[in-house]
Design a protein around this ligand. Structure first.
Ligand code: BTN
Length: 260
C-alpha cells in the first residue's frame, strides 16, 4: 500500500495533528515554512522531494520509496530552551523503527540514524519566525523502501534502507503512524521527559567512546567523544585534555575510519 492520508487516518483515528500527503514536494520543510499561519502539529508528507534539504546546506536525496515528513512545532519558551529537540526526534524515530520493524538503530551524533554502518534516516530542524514567536520545523527523511542502488554514486557506500536491511517491503503507512505517535509523545514530554530521552539517546549513540574528527567552518581537529549534554550537544575531550561541548548546526563529526 502507498502512503496516503486515508491510510494514515485509519491507523490514527483520534490523532489531533493535521496531516497532508503530497505526491511530490520540492522540500516539505521549505513548503511548511511558507505556511505562516499553520498551527502547531501541522504535518506535511511527500512521497518524493525534488530539492530535499539536508544539514549544512546540503541536498538530501529523496527518491520514491522514502518517507519525507515535516512537522511544525510551536513549543512554549525561547528557542534556546529546545536545543535538545533534534536529539529527542532521533529517539522518536528510533522508537518508531523498533516498534514497527523490530530493528534497533544506532544514532550517529547529531541527527543520523544508522544500521550496520549505513545511514537510514536524517533529521533537519529549522527555525521559522512567526507572529507569536518562533516555530520549529522538524524534518525527517527515512530510507524506508529506498533502492539505494538508485541513489547518487557518492551516497551508495554510506546509505542503507529499512527494506534492504529486513529483506522485505516496509508498509509506509504503518511506519509513519508509529513515527507520528512517537513524535506526539516527544512533543508532550519535550521538557518533562527530556532527561529520560537524552539518556536513551546517549545509550544508542554510536559516536561515543570513539576518536572523532570535528569539522568546523574554521577549524578541524581530533577529539575523543565522551557524552551528550543536556542540550543534546556532544561532549568531547580535545588532545590537550580540555573538554568542549559541540552544538549541532556548526560542525560535522566523522569517525577516523570513514562515515561512522
Ligand atoms: C540530513 O541528513 O542532513 C538531514 C536530512 C533531513 C531530510 C528531511 S526529508 C523531510 C524534510 N524536508 C527536507 O527538505 N528535509 C527534511
Amino acid at each position: 500500500m502507498e502512503l496516503s492520508e486515508a491510510g494514515l487516518s485509519s491507523l490514527l483515528p483520534s490523532f489531533d495533528w493535521r496531516l497532508r500527503v503530497l505526491e511530490e514536494a520540492t522540500s516539505t520543510n521549505q513548503l511548511l515554512k511558507q505556511e505562516t499561519a499553520a498551527p502547531h502539529g501541522t504535518v506535511l508528507l511527500a512521497k518524493r522531494q525534488t530539492r530535499g534539504r539536508g544539514r549544512l546546506g546540503r541536498l538530501f536525496s529523496s527518491p520514491e520509496g522514502g518517507i519525507y515528513l515535516s512537522v511544525l512545532l510551536c513549543p512554549e519558551g525561547a528557542p534556546e530552551s529546545v536545543l535538545h529537540l533534534t536529539a529527542m526526534a532521533a529517539v522518536a524515530v528510533r522508537r518508531a523503527v523498533q516498534d514497527f520493524c523490530g530493528l534497533q538503530l544506532g544514532i550517529k551524533w547529531v541527527n543520523d540514524l544508522v544500521l550496520e554502518g549505513k545511514k537510514l534516516c536524517g533529521i533537519l530542524t529549522e527555525a521559522v519566525p512567526r507572529r507569536d514567536g518562533t516555530g520549529l520545523i522538524l524534518g525527517i527523511g527515512i530510507n524506508c523502501n529506498t533502492d539505494t542502488r538508485k541513489l547518487p554514486l557518492e551516497l551508495q557506500q554510506t546509505a542503507g534502507s529499512l527494506s534492504q536491511a529486513l529483506g522485505h517491503f516496509v508498509e509506509p503507512n504503518g511506519l509513519t503512524a508509529c513515527l507520528l505517535r512517537r513524535l506526539y509523545e516527544m512533543d508532550r514530554g519535550l521538557f518533562s521527559e527530556k532527561a529520560l530521552w537524552l539518556r536513551e539517546y546517549e545509550a544508542a549513540c554510536v559516536t561515543l567512546g570513539k576518536q572523532v574528527r570535528i569539522l568546523g567552518a574554521k577549524e578541524s581537529y581530533e577529539a575523543f567523544a565522551l557524552g551528550i549534554d543536556e542540550n543534546g550537544g556532544l561532549i568531547v575531550r580535545k588532545e590537550d585534555g580540555s573538554l568542549e561541548h559541540i552544538f549541532t548546526g556548526e560542525v560535522s563529526v566523522r569517525g577516523l575510519s570513514g562515515y561512522l
